[in-house]
Design a protein around this ligand. Structure first.
Ligand SMILES: [Zn+2]
Ligand SMILES: [Zn+2]
Length: 365
């Protein structure tokens, strides 16, 4: 049953999962009226993140059905509240994972809302008014202005959508570790999927020397020729891994399959840092010798704050960085979920929620 909350009077069409293992089907629900601090967004595109898949299947046991997934949202503002001066009708904007936070803690005050203890997400969260949040697999969204960013004019709205989650996930650790202003430093990217290919693009835009580390030999051509990576290490090849020993300043590990961190750590220079952004289901092996003998650091990172997300968007505009996407129609969501589960996508499915592609095809015909 869809919830009923006072003030939730706007009817919205979307797509929802209703039970673990079930199909995503069209779903009509209610959103709140546009409040004084809110903006209403006509959704154009929504990326499909692995987190969506986990929630759809209830892998983490926390899904509240019906679930309207989606936290890689781009669209156009159709209404602004009386308290909103930062946005106007017609603005091209994006909404990522965050829907609400406490606004008062040290993290909220420093625009690190993503680490607020009371953070609520764009879907499967509880908003301030007690309602369950519904995400971007829908035609319209009401969002508090504090969790909305501008999308630069230059960027395509389909390729920009995954920047809101996949992009910020790899951008933040690069910023935190001073990779944005350190041309020539050596970045390793483990895993070449949605997150990894964006890390390569950011790395090249900021003048870093980028090495892709992967288990599949077929990724080498892709990494070097299409994405401009400088080097490629096949992690299953001991000769490769030995040659790469102590060569990298920094590694972003995007791999979500189980793997030992030992061999990856050996690739770092002394004092190097390994940041985990992939989320394997079982605990990873962390051997202590490569840490101790190389004074190396292992840490994690989760998306980013809103200020950082805007900063990333602006830099993407400047360097013309978007995600490589495969755009699908809403009636292909179930097929895309099955392919996503097999990692069969280059590099992100994006749902054409607004029917933009269809209407431009009709214009051509
Ligand atoms: Zn995501
Ligand atoms: Zn807070």
């Amino acid at each position: 049953m869809a919830q009923t909350t006072p003030n939730h009077t706007q009817t919205v069409s979307g797509w929802a999962a209703h039970e673990p293992g079930g199909k995503i089907t069209p779903f009509t629900f209610k959103r709140r009226e546009n409040g004084i601090d809110d903006v209403t967004i006509k959704i154009l595109y929504c990326g499909m993140c692995h987190t969506d898949l986990h929630h759809i299947r209830n892998d983490w046991g926390i899904t509240m059905y019906p679930l309207v997934p989606g936290h890689e949202i781009t669209g156009v503002i159709t209404k602004v509240g009386s308290n909103v001066s930062e946005f106007k009708v017609g603005d091209r904007v994006g909404v990522g994972c965050l829907a609400a936070s406490c606004l008062e803690c040290e993290f909220c005050k420093e625009s690190q809302e993503n680490y607020c203890d009371k953070v609520q997400f764009t879907y499967n969260g509880i908003f301030w008014d007690g309602s369950i949040t519904y995400g971007g697999y829908s035609q319209m969204l009401v969002a508090d202005k504090r969790y909305v960013v501008q999308v630069p004019e230059k960027l395509a709205m389909d390729g920009a959508a995954p920047l809101l989650c996949a992009g910020i996930t790899v951008f933040c650790p690069m910023k935190d570790n001073n990779m944005l202003n350190s041309p020539g430093k050596k970045l390793g990217v483990a895993g070449l999927g949605g997150l990894g290919h964006l890390a390569v693009k950011f790395g090249k835009a900021f003048g870093l020397h980028v090495t892709v580390i992967s288990t599949s030999p077929s990724k080498e051509k892709e990494a070097r020729e299409r994405l401009g990576a400088d080097d490629f290490l096949l992690s299953t090849n001991p000769t490769h891994m030995e040659a790469g020993r102590r060569t990298l300043d920094f590694i972003i590990d995007t791999v979500s399959a189980n793997h030992s961190l030992g061999p990856t750590l050996e690739l770092l220079k002394v004092n190097g840092t390994l940041v985990l952004v992939g989320a394997p289901e079982k605990p990873l092996q962390l051997p202590s010798f490569p840490l101790i003998f190389g004074k190396r650091v292992v840490k994690g990172s989760m998306i980013g704050g809103i200020k950082e997300t805007q900063e990333m968007m602006d830099l993407c505009g400047k360097h013309n960085i978007t995600c490589d996407v495969e755009v699908i129609n809403p009636d292909q969501i179930n097929e895309a979920i099955n392919r996503l589960a097999q990692n069969d996508v280059k590099y992100r499915f994006v749902i054409d929620v607004g029917g933009t592609r269809k209407s431009s095809e009709n214009q051509k015909n």
